[in-house]
Write a protein that binds this ligand. Sequence first.
Ligand code: ADP
Ligand code: ZN
Length: 519
Amino acid sequence: MLDQAHHILKDIFGYDSFRGNQAAVIECVAAGSDALVLMPTGGGKSLCYQVPALLRDGLAVVVSPLIALMDDQVATLDELGVSSVALNSTLGPDEQRNIAERLKRGEIKLLYLAPERLVQPRMLAFLQKLPIALFAIDEAHCVSQWGHDFRPEYLQLGQLAELFPLVPRIALTATADKRTREEIAVRLQLENAGCFLSSFDRPNIFYRIVPKDQPRKQLLSFLAEHKGDAGIVYCLSRKKVEEIAGFLSQQGFPALPYHAGLPSELRAANQKRFLNEEGLVMVATIAFGMGIDKPNVRFVAHLDLPKSLEAYYQETGRAGRDGLPSDAWMAYGLQDMIFLKQMLANSEGDERHKRVEQHKLEAMLALCEETRCRRQALLAYFDEDLPQPCGHCDICVDGVETWNATEAARLALSTIYRSGQRYGVGHLVDILLGRANDKVKGLGHHHLSVFGLGKQHSEGEWRSLFRQLIARGLVDIDLDGYGGLRLSESCRPLLRGEVSLQLRRDIGSTLPKKPSASA
Ligand code: ADP
Ligand code: ZN
């Protein structure tokens, strides 16, 4: 059978050999068994069900959450001469009837559709009358409430196991930690499926995370190494997307904006230009990227903090799909943290969900303040163990300087406490540095015992310290007000002098040049 699979790979898809786990997955599914496949973005998940679809008799049904993704796939398969269709809500009744007829005649090999459509009783009844080769469930992490884009309609896909007991099912995803994996297996009834895990390491990506200082200047000096390259710059807000796109264009980096607030024609046009022209920078919100398969994206820059490591991994993973050296760069700061925490606190959703999101945000912050290899930390989050530091991230290359911040942290905590646990970092730093400005005097804070006691550190050092105290959960941010700080329960041991605290020293806005990738 593998022989036959190789022929299909070569004759139809035009490739010489399978990659990674592809052959093993194909063998499993073609033989009629279920499979759960974890492969990083760009790893080649599509072939894992497309080849078995051609090896087995009957129709392969592919569930995918995004219409754009399906249309791309169908167009590609069309060119290869494989008959496939995507059923989506834009089709008129005549077209739908026509497709139904072709399906009945067995003229279609792959059928792409959204989960909510598949689970309609009429659709299920229709499919039960046809010979089915397999079900492929793409983006399977959408079934997990722990995962970052839960879609309730995925939960209903569990019933396929009972309705089609003899049809193999293959679930695929690019993001799943162990917990999500287990959830997928349970909810999709894949407990007995073959499990194929690929490494999530993207060795050609160089990771760098810098404290945000003057973000535009920092971005420009990062981009100086990427003149003429295609890349993506992610920002949190639509307004900022437009500002940064304008700014980069002025600075000689041809840049296009992309966010959900733009007219859909413009969005589509910008996306098309980014895919087809060389050397464009896409400045975008996270609305951009799902299903974008541009192999030579040379960098992904974040001007704002993603809300989880899953999101960070997926967004940075759009760089370097061609395997050539690429950069993932991010500037993050205190305001990001405050903003995301506030957004979370004000979001809809039950307490459990918020706790999960909170937990994910903390893991993201921890990566920013990491003192060991970024890649080791990132992979560890996905339950993958990288035995040695990678040698290809900012921490491995530049090292990280830590300092004993125990005394300074206690002074900072005490300043928070004595000023009434409701002021933001700016005011607290003014007190520590002994700046008797109007606000400080107006509140009588120049009389506090801590006033001016922090002069041995600079403003930047204090800000860095507060940021790290928040990232480590030693200090909480007041979420309904103006980012005021309060002590959290977990700072007690530090206050009582029972533990010491090592913190990172910020390198600041200077960006040490990394060695060239060939070195
Ligand atoms: P994923 O869905 O995992 O993100 P895709 O299935 O879209 O990845 O594949 C990513 C790219 O790699 C596609 O351009 C695909 O044609 C290519 N590819 C996949 N498998 C192989 C292979 N065995 N040999 C060469 N190219 C491959
Ligand atoms: Zn490293």
